[in-house]
Design a protein around this ligand. Structure first.
Ligand code: C2E
Ligand code: MG
Ligand code: MG
Length: 737
């Protein structure tokens, strides 16, 4: 009988089978059978017994291996195993537990486990152990235990016991405890009063805390899955956010103040800190944003600022802020080289209003005045209230020269004066307010104190000379401005009153033949006599009065051309007329010229328009088109004062010009300045190259004429031949030559 591996019979049972077999074979049978047969049978039994013994040995071997494996598993298990006696002594301990406890096995055996627990936890352990002995179901406890080297670690003990022993599984949970601690701390931080949100690296919100909801109005379900853009207000531009992200990527954190929007739409200011969280591979895994609402603090700061720098009644800047701004304005003026102006504005008879109508009404007026002033200044100007009924306006960037600035300041001051002159409605009471204004101009070198004094003095003068007026600090400037306004008023009527005259200055060719005249306007003033164009053309250009004046000049010149037709001496002359930039840039200028030509019946070929370089630079395409259209009418063009502007030569070639006129400043310097002589020569060469005639103006001496002639100049105009003449004298001149 051969037993298979899985079903090996034990040695004992085999023996019993053999004996049973032998018993069955009765003695009778034995005696009746031959001896050989009996011996053979015994032999067979013997072999069977040997086989049974071998099977037994194999089984014992397997058992031994299995025991070793068990011991390995026990000793080197990932957790510690201990068996305690009922009184808590260590009866058995595996190698893992020995290693965890950091002691030799011999020192641990038969020792109370309690002694390895730290003093604070010993009571708890004893109570747990007693319970585990009775329970017979597993129970677990966490304790701090001390290793052989004195270090403490967190242990988890899973115990199962009975009346005789308690078996314990021991694991080191220090790492888990630390993580739990951190989590607890993080959770506590997350539930703080600061609003918090956690986003993924793409900025999508993953978590928000209750304070976030409280501050923004967005619940967790509102916010999660969205980006912080839901909070965005338009107070910061895209550049701000771009820089924020750059800092975050570079430094891993960003902090700053930011205006955001609550779910309700209300704006609020927050102090925000964003921190990037990195993985162990230094990849950003999250961003944590933490913020506090600083709106109230901001408002409080603003209120403090308002109280310190603004007038509570009118909400205008107060004297202190004005002084700051003025100091700043002077510094800016130093850099820009532009003038500014300070206006002191005082309400005439304010005291009387206060006394008769009461302070409430007085206050109303002050508030209304403040408002009107603000409505009538430019964006960057400052209005302030000095106190009482005194207001101050600060204007910057008024011009390069004192005169220019004074003109502009006078205009802006008049505007304020007029705005305040309209009636005020003070609780149904119509009040006419008169104001005195003192103006001080300032420039780089002025001081704040000095300037206040100037404006104040000017205001005093405005008041003492009757009030309801504007006065400048500088008496010369004041005079000039007054002259100017008188002149302007008179100039308005100059055409209607027929006070303009045309003088004509002859233009001669190389053979001293008069080929044309330049019409130069004069103002025949009833009191001042003949006024030269230099004194009124700039003002006329500034005020737009050049338009009617310029039209009159072209009309008069054309009528003269018409009158000279058939005149033996003058019929071949061209009349050159000066055209101002403002005049030329009128949209209907071409049509105007055409209308005048038609109305007068003048031959267009006798009319020449003098333009200056600077006016042509303004809008080249339009300019060229206009000149072309006028040229098609048959009219010619001359470039006046040539050499003083900045014409580009390539551009010059595109213009339909017939003539270049060398400016008199170069002609004057012939034989005095080599440079200017070179310029004169260059202009002549240029004119010849561009197939234009060249005329020199302001020729006063024979030397100048000879120089010009030697270099090929075509025509001449100047006092050497004749100064500008009234018509009768010109006609006499023509007869003489
Ligand atoms: P402009 O067009 O360059 O006129 C030439 C100026 O030089 C004229 O001054 C003339 O009197 C002056 N002049 C002529 N010969 C001599 C000379 O030998 N020596 C000196 N030193 N000066 C001489 P005027 O008449 O006082 O005119 C001055 C400027 O006023 C003109 O300069 C022109 O730009 C402008 N102007 C004159 N009439 C008109 C006009 O009807 N309309 C416009 N828009 N401007 C005019
Ligand atoms: Mg001219
Ligand atoms: Mg000129």
């Amino acid at each position: 009988m051969i037993a298979d591996e899985s079903n090996k019979p034990s040695a004992l049972s085999l023996r019993k089978v053999a004996e049973a077999q032998l018993v069955k074979t009765s003695l009778a049978e034995i005696s009746s059978r031959p001896v050989e047969e009996l011996l053979h049978e015994l032999r067979v039994h013997q072999i069977e017994l040997e086989m049974q013994n071998e099977a037994l040995r194999q089984t014992q071997l397997a058992l031994g291996e299995s025991r070793d494996r068990y011991i390995d598993l026990y000793e080197f298990a990932p957790v510690g195993y201990l068996t305690l006696t009922v009184d808590g002594m260590i009866a058995e301990i595996n190698l893992t537990a020995v290693t965890l406890l950091g002691c030799k096995r011999s020192k641990l055996m038969h020792k109370s486990l309690r002694m390895l627990v730290i003093a604070d936890d010993q009571d708890r352990w004893v109570r747990h152990f007693m319970a585990a002995r009775k329970l017979e179901v597993p129970s677990s406890v966490e304790l701090e235990m001390r290793r052989g080297d004195g270090k403490v670690f967190y242990a988890q003990l899973d115990c199962v016991g009975n009346a005789t022993t308690v078996r314990i599984t021991l694991s080191d949970i220090t790492q888990r405890k630390l993580i739990e601690d951190e989590l607890r701390i993080a959770a506590a931080a997350f539930s703080s009063h600061n609003g918090m949100m956690i986003t993924n690296p793409e900025g999508v919100i993953q978590r928000v805390n209750p304070a976030f909801t409280q501050l923004t109005g967005y619940t967790a379900s509102d916010a999660i899955g969205k980006t912080p853009a839901i909070l965005q207000s338009d107070r910061q531009d895209s550049l701000f956010y771009q820089q924020m992200w750059e800092t975050l990527k570079e430094k891993g954190c960003w902090q700053g103040e930011i205006w955001n929007k609550r779910k309700s739409g209300q704006l609020y200011a927050e102090m925000l800190t964003i921190t990037a969280i990195y993985s162990s591979e230094q990849r950003i895994t999250h961003y944590v944003g933490s913020f506090t609402d600083i709106t109230q603090k901001k408002e409080a700061d603003a209120e403090i600022h308002r109280l310190a720098y603004y007038d509570p009644l009118t909400k205008l800047a107060n004297r202190r802020l004005l002084q700051d701004r003025l100091g700043h304005a002077i510094a800016v003026a130093a850099r820009s080289a532009l003038f500014g102006a300070l206006f002191f504005i005082d309400l005439d008879h304010f005291k009387a209003l206060n006394d008769t109508r009461g302070h409430d009404v007085g206050d109303l007026l002050l508030v209304d005045v403040a408002q009107r002033l603000q409505e009538n200044i430019r964006e960057n100007d400052t209005v302030a209230r000095q106190g009482g009924d005194e207001f101050v306006v600060l204007m910057e960037g008024l011009g390069n020269t004192a005169n220019e600035a004074a003109v502009l300041a006078a205009q802006l001051g008049d505007k304020l004066h007029t705005a305040l002159a309209a009636p005020f409605n003070l609780k149904g009471y119509e009040y006419y307010c008169k104001t005195s204004i003192g103006v001080g101009l300032f420039h780089a070198q002025d001081s704040v104190e000095g300037l206040f004094k100037h404006a104040d003095l000017a205001l005093y003068q405005a008041k003492t000379s009757g009030g309801d007026r504007l006065r400048f600090f500088d008496p010369a400037m004041q005079d000039a401005l007054e002259q100017r306004s008188i002149l302007e008023a008179a100039l308005r009527k100059v055409v209607a009153l027929k006070q303009l005259r045309l003088y004509y200055q002859p233009q001669l060719d190389a053979t001293h033949q008069v080929v044309g005249v330049e019409a130069l306007v004069r103002w025949q003033h009833p009191q001042h006599g003949v006024v030269l164009p230099e004194e009124f053309i700039p003002l006329a250009e500034d005020t737009g009065l050049i338009l009617p004046i310029g039209r009159w000049v072209i009309e008069t010149a054309c009528e003269q051309i018409r009158k000279w037709e058939g005149d033996g001496l003058a019929s071949g002359l061209k009349i050159a007329v000066n055209v101002s930039a403002v005049q030329f840039h009128q949209p209907d200028f071409v049509a105007q010229v055409q209308r005048i030509l038609v109305a007068s019946g003048a031959n267009p070929a006798r009319l020449k328009l003098e333009l200056t370089e600077s006016m042509l630079l303004e809008n080249m395409k339009d300019t060229i088109a206009k000149m072309q259209a006028i040229k098609e009418l048959g009219v010619f063009f001359s470039m006046d004062d040539f050499g003083t502007g900045y014409s580009s030569l390539s551009y010059l070639a595109q213009l339909p010009l017939e003539q270049l006129k060398i400016d008199k400043s170069f002609v004057r310097n012939i034989s005095r300045s080599k440079n200017d002589e070179s310029i004169v020569c260059a202009i002549i060469t240029l004119g010849l190259g561009l197939k234009m005639t060249v005329i020199a103006e302001g020729v006063e001496t024979e030397v100048q004429r000879v120089f010009l002639a030697m270099h090929g100049c075509h025509e001449y105009q100047g006092n050497l031949f004749s100064r500008p003449l009234p018509l009768p004298e010109l006609e006499a001149f023509l007869k003489r030559t």
